[in-house]
Design a protein around this ligand. Structure first.
Ligand code: ATP
Length: 516
């Protein structure tokens, strides 16, 4: 299934391997004509749900290059490391912690297998919740998982790389490619890309490509506070590129070396951070659910090993075609970052509380999501192969991208029934000229109407408008709904409002508002 999705995204202009004519560059991808539209729409959904929908959240767009001290202060120079391990036989490189995580995922898979067996045997009578709580075999697996997680967490927190290697040997983990257990030492590897500033040689001119967008927000805390006169709690949102020299960058756009983040840091009064952590945890899940993502494909995963700056952290995981993986992180970052920047810059990064007449360093709760991972989750949910009745009544297979209408790259297509009838094409082009003033649409007159429908299905266009001979008589056209295949006839002058109403971002935003 995953392979099919990857091939589809290339064929239909969503994603291309980067610099493909030179055989591509590992773990970098380019967004094609439909991809860029979808990506912009996802970003807009995020941005509006944060900045437009909250009076106390404002946006910024900070530079990718930042003063090198930023990364010293944030801890990235000293501690932004992943443990890497090589297999001596296959010469493949892995993240040592991920090898253990994959081992744990296999045990989780065993639990799922037990559940499936039960369903097969007992059908509707099978009480899954009870089984998960009481089956001795499941409880044994759960205990094993908790123990392994705890041990991995401790080793990672202690950066105990030799211990991690021993752990891999103890679990008898084999190279997934070759099956060999001939492992090297575990070494730590800094994930930041560095470059050189102008003509300044050596360490003095060393610059980093930002590995996260968050620091651009922290260093602008005072500027934003002074220029907007916000009061706590308030948030600063930002979207933009981040760069990480990932050890193993596989799984398509899930893990790239250049990717885009959408982050929001919420500054709160110390002591109130857990309340806001819970608030953002729930709010962010609603954001995902508003897109119609099936609930069973989303889950929370509490962090076992907290980052050096955090006092609570949870991931929202999505079931990608290769299993449940992190889509978004919600972290309570304490006052670590502001205090660090205060100490290295010598500038006071505090908030004056009018009520208590006190100065203090706010605490921060952040939500951080990868735009590319979100893109992949939207594609995964959308990709549908189904059997539908043709116009002639016979069944046929179709491939349709059921992308939520507000995110769809193209909102509607205008199709004259026949290409060589100028009365139809003139009318259709005039309508297209009208619609493109208000929304992203396409005009297509090539091939039989059925094939044109399929082309639009393949890129997820929610509505196709057909101009036929009746249109010339009564100025109406048929609108075909991508998902239900229902066709309605509407006057031409109503089409623009109809399409806008059905595809508006405000519909999505309203559904999150109503859930609150
Ligand atoms: P992982 O454990 O998968 O490496 P992380 O915990 O290091 O991710 P964060 O530092 O919390 O990730 O970054 C926030 C978000 O940025 C992640 O939830 C993810 O969606 C996205 N992200 C992080 N690294 C990458 C990457 N290499 N490629 C694409 N997206 C990424």
């Amino acid at each position: 299934m995953f392979k099919k999705i990857v091939a589809h995204t290339k064929e239909y202009g969503f994603i291309f391997p980067s610099s493909e004519i030179y055989d591509g560059l590992a773990a970098t991808y380019d967004y094609g004509p439909n991809g860029v539209l979808l990506k912009n729409n996802i970003r807009e959904y995020w941005w509006k749900s944060m900045v437009q929908m909250h009076e106390n959240i404002v946006g910024i767009d900070a530079a990718i290059f930042m003063h090198p001290k930023t990364w010293k202060a944030s801890g990235h120079v000293d501690a932004f490391n992943d443990p890497l391990i090589d297999n001596k036989d296959s010469k493949k490189r892995y993240r040592a912690d991920v090898l253990v995580e994959d081992y744990i995922a296999k045990i989780e898979g065993k639990i799922q297998k037990e559940v499936k067996k039960g369903i097969k045997r007992f059908g509707d009578q099978f009480d899954i919740d009870k089984f998960l709580k009481e089956s001795p075999r499941v409880l044994k697996y759960k205990e094993q998982i908790a123990d392994l997680r705890e041990r991995l967490g401790q080793l990672m927190t202690d950066q105990n790389w030799e211990g991690l290697r021993q752990f891999i040997l103890e679990l008898d983990i084999a190279d997934p490619v070759s099956g060999s257990r001939n492992w090297t030492e575990v070494r730590q590897f800094n994930l930041m890309f560095s470059t050189q500033l102008g003509n300044i040689a050596g360490e003095d001119g060393k610059l980093y490509l930002r590995p996260e967008t968050a620091q651009g927000i922290f260093v602008n805390f005072l500027n934003v506070l002074k220029s907007t006169r916000q009061k706590l709690p308030f948030g600063i949102a930002q979207t933009g590129k981040a760069f990480r020299n990932e050890i193993v960058a596989r799984q398509f756009i899930f893990r790239m070396r250049e990717f885009e983040q959408m982050e929001m840091q919420y500054f709160v009064k110390p002591g109130e951070e857990m309340k806001w952590f819970e608030y953002w945890k729930a709010t962010r899940l609603e954001w995902h659910k508003a897109l119609g993502t099936p609930e069973h494909k989303l889950r929370y995963h509490d962090h076992d090993n907290l980052a050096h700056y955090a006092n609570a952290a949870v991931d929202i995981e999505f079931e990608f075609p290769f299993g449940f993986k992190e889509l978004e992180g919600i972290h309570s970052r304490t006052d670590y970052d502001l205090k660090q920047h205060q100490s290295l810059s010598g500038k006071k990064l505090q908030y004056f509380d009018q009520e208590t007449k006190e100065n203090y360093t706010p605490y921060v709760v952040e939500t951080s999501i990868g735009l590319d991972r979100m893109f992949l989750s939207v594609l995964t949910n959308a990709y549908t192969e189904e059997i539908v009745p043709n116009a002639d009544g016979k069944d046929s297979e179709r491939l349709v991208m059921k992308i939520p209408a507000a995110l769809a790259p193209v909102k509607c297509a205008v199709l004259p029934l026949l290409k060589n009838k100028p009365e139809l094409t003139t009318k259709a082009k005039a309508l297209f000229d009208d619609l493109k003033l208000v929304t992203q649409c396409q005009y297509d007159e090539k091939d039989a109407i059925g094939r044109r429908y399929r082309r639009q299905d393949a890129i997820g266009t929610p509505f196709c408008i057909t101009i036929d001979f009746d249109t010339l008589e009564d100025n109406t056209a048929t609108i075909r709904d991508r998902d239900t295949l229902e066709q309605v006839r509407l006057p031409l002058e109503e089409l623009s409002t109809y399409i806008q109403r059905k595809t508006a971002m405000s519909g999505l935003l309203k559904s999150i508002q109503e859930d609150k």
